[in-house]
Design a protein. Sequence first.
Length: 492
Amino acid sequence: MYLLGYDLGSSSVKASLVNAETGDVSATDFFPEKEMEIKALKTGWAEQSPDVWWENLKQVTRSVVKEANVNPAEIAAIGISYQMHGLVLVDKDLNAIRDSIIWCDSRAVPYGEKAFSEIGSEKCLSHLLNSPGNFTLSKLAWVKENEPENYARIRYYMLPGDYIAMRMTGRPATTASGLSEGIAWDFEKNAPAEFLYDCFGFDMNIIPEILPTFGLQGRLTAGIAEELGLAEGIPVTYRAGDQPNNALSLNVLNPGEIAATAGTSGVVYGVNEDAKYDPLSRVNSFAHVNHTAAQTRIGVLLCINGTAILNTWIKNNVAPEGAGYADMNALAGDVPVGSEGISIIPFGNGAERVLSNDEPDCSIHGISFLRHGKAHLIRAAHEGIAFSFKYGMDIMNSMGIETKTIRAGHANLFLSPIFRQTLSNITGATIELYNTDGSVGAARGAGIGAGIYRNEKEAFSTLKKVIIVTPEKQNERASMEAYEKWHRALGR
């Protein structure tokens, strides 16, 4: 028996077939090989065609079924993870009206700011846990004002994962977790935020059916099963945004647990048992995958730009010619903790909410021409990224999320011994690294939703740690002194 998980990103669609009994990944692949196009018709815009998502999903489905050499009838359930905050609009025939306005499109900022001002910060934050910002409903407000002909055709608005599930099953639906991603869920009333829909002038009937995150969400129709090379009737039993799903894939479900990623940008995602918010909106709070009216589970998301993208910049512009990332790690390992006084502020790709929308850019502090070389800059970059994680995690700590254990995939910047050890030293947390990813997590989520696993403990019983990192007592003081020096540089 197998579980099929999808991860719809903005660069590719990834799929994994997981053996439900052993937890082994029987096949995994992604399409396209080159990144999917992001259309930027104007500065700050970012759109993708839902049809392109679907075509790549078809290809990756056939690829993993062929690679695993399984009978499609052995696939017991499907789970879907997807890029958060995107806006997909469909008409009465459930066809996409226009390209999706995806997560990194910034055109809707003024609409969210206007709603935040009109409604008031206290009501927005206490009910939504966020400002409307540049999220899904604000994007819909842009469409209403700028494309009235498209707005008039809307039957439902949905998120990218909702669209994929609808395409598979013919059932338009969303989840409370998904609505909260769009800052459209009222946590005090445990219902869609009617006051925000009213503020934007939206009809509540454009919200599709609201289903649980885990459970039967429809079955593959005969036509779609043939199109995908799968069996008719396979149930879709789980859907979630990529960051909540990443947390699920690392078995981060309970208060105080932390999931992290360190790709082009970095994300720290912690689970809180209280519906708290940051009064300065420096972090975002959403309904976690296991949030219910009876059990509060809020995912607090911290986004840090300038993570692996800084490391790539250092590789291309600073490191010795021909050096790979492993070579860079070895060079930096010969430099003492604190990089002998160099501090790098890593926000050369913007800082977003963590710095209240200030844009300090990237800067390098403390260079001595007589003492410092390439290895120092490499180490300072890794330390500076870890310090930015610490800065943001202190905000999360102030909201009641105590950092004891950080779980992450064994990938991207977590492959750097300096980055992960520095992060452990300055937070006091144990870091656990796993060989898993979003598509594997979505497959396990499908197993939970289909009742194949009795509970989360059983679903993740086969999840194995690859590396454990604990704080180095001998270097904790030096690491904290380097962090404090970095923090002063950030203040300047």
